[in-house]
Design a protein around this ligand. Structure first.
Ligand SMILES: [Fe+2]
Length: 262
């Protein structure tokens, strides 16, 4: 599942890539669902082509719902969050199409920030994010760039801020620019199709350019400990309420506990 050493790597570096028990068929079915949901669209005249596509909490393909409710991710999230019970939080799908003539570049941001107390709590007051890779990810194929350990620097800074140190964690994208030298250099997250990267999006990270010749596809699934509140911007909260209600109908009865009651 996830070993003690892998858990330590997650805590120290903010990300760890592990094997999953998913079959080649399950991965292929999810990749095909993303192909159908996020096809490459040729540019309209006078418009620059788009190479990165994504969607959040608006799809119900069985191949994707099977993964969202897969017991493996629940079991790993319980260990990561030190929780007896966890709940589905959000999901996203991502497709990054090749632009081999382009220069490699990447973004740097955090999606949420925590205090040291949020990390120290049991259960942890943090979101556990799974980036399930549906294609291989090499250094050219739009690897997520991340600064290992930066989540701890971010948490230390938040913990000395009188206003933020006791604030409830909430999703809020923050661009990270001009970082001081103690932040480790950005590194690519590399993986094989069927592996998952367990990570915290409070670490400095960002998408990069696909300068390879094949697309990169991923399913993102996030979970939080039951009873732990994580703030969402109102538009995302409304989308989540709607999606949760649908999931309560669509998940298998023995997996429906993953979706919190209203
Ligand atoms: Fe992000």
């Amino acid at each position: 599942m996830i070993s003690a050493e892998q858990l330590r790597t997650f805590e120290e570096r903010g990300a760890v890539t592990i094997d999953t028990p998913l079959t080649t068929e399950e991965i292929a079915a999810a990749a095909a669902a993303i192909d159908a949901l996020l096809p490459f669209k040729p540019a309209e005249p006078d418009q620059a082509p788009r190479f990165r596509y994504g969607a959040t909490c608006n799809y119900y393909e069985p191949a994707l719902l099977d993964l969202i409710q897969h017991p493996f991710f629940e079991a790993v999230a319980k260990r990561v969050l030190r929780a007896d019970a966890i709940r589905f939080f959000q999901t996203a799908i991502l497709a990054s199409y090749p632009q081999p003539e382009s220069e490699f570049s990447y973004d740097q941001h955090t999606d949420i920030q925590y205090s040291l107390a949020d990390w120290a709590a049991t259960p942890r007051r943090v979101v556990c994010s799974f980036f399930l890779w549906l294609t291989d990810v090499n250094e050219q194929r739009a690897p997520m760039m991340h600064r290992p350990g930066s989540h701890r620097l971010v948490a230390a800074a938040r913990s000395v801020d009188p206003v933020l140190k006791d604030a409830m964690p909430g999703v809020q994208g923050i661009k990270m620019v001009d970082l001081p030298p103690e932040y480790a250099a950005p590194q690519p997250v590399l993986a094989q199709a069927g592996q998952v990267t367990v990570l915290t999006t409070s670490m400095v990270h960002g998408g990069s350019t696909n300068i390879d010749d094949k697309p990169r596809k991923a399913l993102v699934m996030t979970y939080a400990a039951a009873g732990v509140e994580i703030g969402l911007p109102e538009n995302q909260a409304a989308t989540k309420r709607e999606y949760d209600a649908k999931l309560r109908e669509l998940l298998r009865p023995e997996r429906a506990h993953l979706v919190a009651e209203d």
